[in-house]
Ligand binder design. Structure first.
Ligand code: HEM
Length: 320
């Protein structure tokens, strides 16, 4: 994400620790999903009785501080005309161009908050999808093998890297990604929506202004829609036209309609390419003598659905 947004690897930025960054992003996700009494009694808002706003503000301040340093550095380089423009045609550069236009309505604070939105929305979701996919593949070695064979068939046994153009020729990889998004949907209730008018739905009235949460997690495990919903079976998608792009309501990990995730194309590319690279290039061994079938697959609830126990596995370069 940091490479796409501002051409740098945040892990190496100014001594900043990736672990610390991860903790902030996870903290935001957890905080956002905690029930807050203020949502039911808005009059209590100024008292912040659970301290949620105070904690959230602390997280946001830390990230905004880091981003502000990056923006400052980029503005300095632009002013000195030291930038190799080819190197820096990234999201930040486009945003700064708009910001620096005469009479621009986009200010530095807007840029910082947009970067924050993109980061918080894009980082965690993409990485946990890959983590769940790897965990399921390790637990299901025959599916891992099938995927390895497909990748080997398309990419060959040499060191060829998977690229975006390969994705359409890798149906089993696509099926693994879809099945992961069904079974471990990263944002189990989407983001909160609000109905703009009274709506009749299946005999119920959803009143105007009601906050609406869509339980995508339950849809993904509904036995009236999916056979063996609690099993990881990528094959179910090989013969099916169901996709996650918002047209098939059985599978809407990115939402649907006007509020559908704007990062879908980026997530699509990133997940397929990273997962393909991990599986094609390496064999994986679980740490501490763990057995794949005993992997803890319990979920940790937040705005995003994490694995309660992080997956820890050691890569061993595949000898083709
Ligand atoms: C597996 C990866 C991802 C999943 C599952 C996912 C899912 C979602 C979902 C469910 C929503 C809310 C849609 C709704 O309420 O109907 C959303 C919103 C959003 N996503 Fe993603 N997302 C992913 C990756 C990304 C990436 C990579 C970015 C940015 C680079 C991104 C940026 C956003 C933004 C900015 C919003 C808010 C849109 C709004 O407020 O209307 N997402 N995403």
């Amino acid at each position: 994400m940091s490479s796409t947004l501002f051409s740098m690897n945040l892990v190496n930025f100014g001594g900043f620790k990736s672990q610390e960054f991860k903790e902030i992003v996870c903290g935001i996700s957890e905080e956002a999903a905690k029930p807050n009494v203020v949502d039911f009694f808005p009059i209590l808002r100024i008292f912040d009785p659970q301290g949620a706003r105070a904690r959230m503000t602390k997280h946001f301040r830390k990230i905004i501080y880091i981003f502000d340093g990056i923006v400052e550095e980029r503005l300095r380089l632009r002013a000195l005309d030291e930038m190799d423009t080819k190197e820096y045609k990234d999201v930040l550069d486009y945003l700064l161009e708009v910001m620096l236009e005469e009479n621009s309505q986009i200010s530095r604070i807007h840029v910082l908050h947009l970067l924050l939105d993109l980061f918080v929305a894009g980082l965690d979701t993409t990485s946990i999808t890959i983590e769940w996919a790897m965990a399921e593949l390790l637990r299901n070695p025959e599916k891992m093998q099938k995927l390895k064979e497909e990748l080997e068939h398309v990419l060959g046994k040499n060191e060829k890297q998977i690229e975006e153009s390969h994705i359409s020729n890798l149906p089993f990889l696509g099926a693994v990604v879809k099945e992961t998004l069904r079974f471990h949907t990263p944002i189990p209730f989407l983001l909160p929506h609000k109905s703009q008018q009274d709506v009749e739905l299946c005999g119920f009235t959803v009143p105007k202004n009601a906050q609406v949460w869509v339980n995508v997690w339950a849809i993904g495990r509904d036995s009236s829609i999916w056979t063996n919903p609690n099993e990881f079976m990528p094959e179910r998608f090989l013969e099916s036209k169901i996709d996650f792009k918002g047209q098939d309501f059985e599978l809407i990990p990115f939402g649907a309609g006007r509020r559908i995730c704007p990062g879908l194309p980026l997530a699509y590319r990133t997940i397929h390419i990273v997962l393909g690279t991990l599986v094609h290039g390496y064999d994986w061994k679980l740490v501490n003598g763990q057995k794949a079938k005993d992997l803890d697959m319990s979920e940790n609830f937040g705005l995003t659905l994490h694995k309660a126990q992080s997956l820890q596995a050691i890569p061993i370069k595949t000898q083709h």
